[in-house]
Design a protein around this ligand. Sequence first.
Ligand SMILES: [Fe+2]
Length: 207
Amino acid sequence: MNAAAVLSQPIALPPLPFDQGALAPVISANTLRFHYGKHHKTYVDTLNKLIVGTEFADMPLENIIRATSGHSDHTEIFNNAAQVWNHTFYWKCLKPKGGGEPPAELKRMMETSFGGVEECKKELSKAAVGQFGSGWAWLVQDGDKLKVLKTPDAENPLAHGPKPLLAVDVWEHAYYLDYQNRRVDHVNALIEELANWDFAAENLRKR
Ligand SMILES: [Fe+2]
């Protein structure tokens, strides 16, 4: 391996913020073993191979995503970079014994934007269940309002403006081992039992 290749390994697989068994039974250790240990790791490894020797080699991950979004000649780099970012973000959106009442500031914004916490959760669930095929559902901040979005495949809100607060992965690899075709049951259990509203509220304050 030459020196340039050694230097061009900027994208790391961050450790999971919880033990692999800590989200069971909603997300089993077996699902995490594949989802984090195989899928997320493969996105990281593939991205590092794709960017060696390119203009993207030394860019921060978010810059790679913004620079390649919508450019058909860089679709493969975009897909892998976005999936690395999406998964790193997604793990932080989950915590053992999550769900419950969101922190006050986030709760107030849910009330003004959706009419209440329950209404916000219903919108998020509807987007996650309604995303046709692989993709993501997002709670985002757009100015002084919250919105719910859904995106196909690796797409995320980063290149389009709204600030992501919370993500739900609805690729089948996120739930199929535990829920098979019952995406709705997985999504609702995730929102009720694992959603890390503290993390979502921290994102409100990020620039
Ligand atoms: Fe995933």
